[in-house]
Design a binder for this molecule. Structure first.
Ligand code: PMP
Length: 285
């Protein structure tokens, strides 16, 4: 079955889908994206993802090319046409096509929009969750506005590759003070020896993950203690548990950091409980 992409108003077989070589996304990474989980064929937390999209676009002064409701229709249609049961829908919006010039294109230049969707390997994700994953740490080298979900991801690409080359699944960025900001494509969490769940406050130094927001609700429902603050790599090494969150993987326990076991080296109870209960707190549409 050929995959179908939505590109600027048309549903096309993915092999025929293309963007203009003068698209500003291609030339300058001048665009934003969203990734939304699809679970049993339904969108998870669509409303929150579209709200974050609107915020990212507003920060970069790119116009929203269609209403949230129309975008929801496109999401569902792409999910349906690709027969996605469990996977992701990907959206990218750029500042559009214009003769190459760093400054913004003329007013009225239409943003470009692409939506794709695909199934993920459910069994593989469950195995990762059951086994836990390794992370490595890398120096934070991104710009100061990573709260904007921009497609400019070169440091994240290099960090993820560094992780893979060291046999790890994720890389955690560490700022100059030795504190973890977030993963290359996930938010970072630890559970301290005395049972407090810690994740960095959502300022400009991290992306405010939608999964992170929902996990905060799950924690509250369980009556678990939360501290929204930066934690150091040393604290992470001494932690009882660690885990990462993202829309495509929900909650994944971290069992090694830079080659050293976290806690007893097995997935933690809190991470596993958060993963189990996540979808009871998420919104389906
Ligand atoms: N931080 C970064 C850098 C990411 O790429 C992601 C995944 N999009 C996240 C955090 C987690 O965000 P979410 O839970 O919305 O997927």
């Amino acid at each position: 079955m050929s995959r179908i992409a939505y590109v600027n108003g048309r549903y096309l077989p993915q092999r025929d889908a293309s963007v203009n070589i003068e698209d500003r996304g291609y030339q300058f990474s001048d665009g934003v994206y969203e990734v939304c989980e699809v679970s049993e064929g339904r969108l998870v937390d669509e409303r929150r993802h579209i709200e974050r999209l609107q915020r990212s676009l507003a920060e970069l002064r790119i116009a929203m090319p269609m209403s949230p409701a129309a975008l929801g229709v496109v999401f569902r249609e792409v999910v349906r046409r690709n027969r996605v049961r469990w996977g992701i829908v990907y959206l990218q919006i750029t500042r559009g096509v214009s003769r190459r010039d760093h400054a913004f294109p003329p007013p009225g230049t239409a943003p470009s929009i692409v939506v794709t969707a695909r199934n993920l390997d459910f069994a593989n994700a469950e195995k990762l969750a059951a086994d836990g994953v390794a992370v490595v740490t890398v120096p934070e080298n991104r710009w100061e506005r990573v709260d904007i979900k921009s497609v400019s991801l070169l440091p994240n690409v290099l960090a993820k590759q560094a992780a893979r080359e060291q046999g790890a699944r994720e890389a955690w960025f560490v700022d100059k003070e030795g504190r973890v900001t977030e993963g290359s494509s996930s938010n970072a969490w630890i559970v301290t020896r005395d049972g407090k769940v810690v994740t960095r406050q959502a300022d400009h130094a991290i992306l405010r993950g939608i999964t992170r927001t929902v996990v905060l609700e799950v924690l509250a429902a369980h009556g678990l203690k939360l501290e929204e603050r930066a934690f150091t790599v040393d604290e992470a090494h001494a932690a009882r548990e660690a885990f990462v969150t993202s829309a495509s993987q929900i909650v994944i326990p971290v069992v090694r950091i830079d080659g050293r076991p976290v806690g007893n080296g097995a997935p933690g109870l809190i991470a596993s409980a958060l993963r189990r209960d996540f979808h009871r707190h998420a919104e389906f549409s």
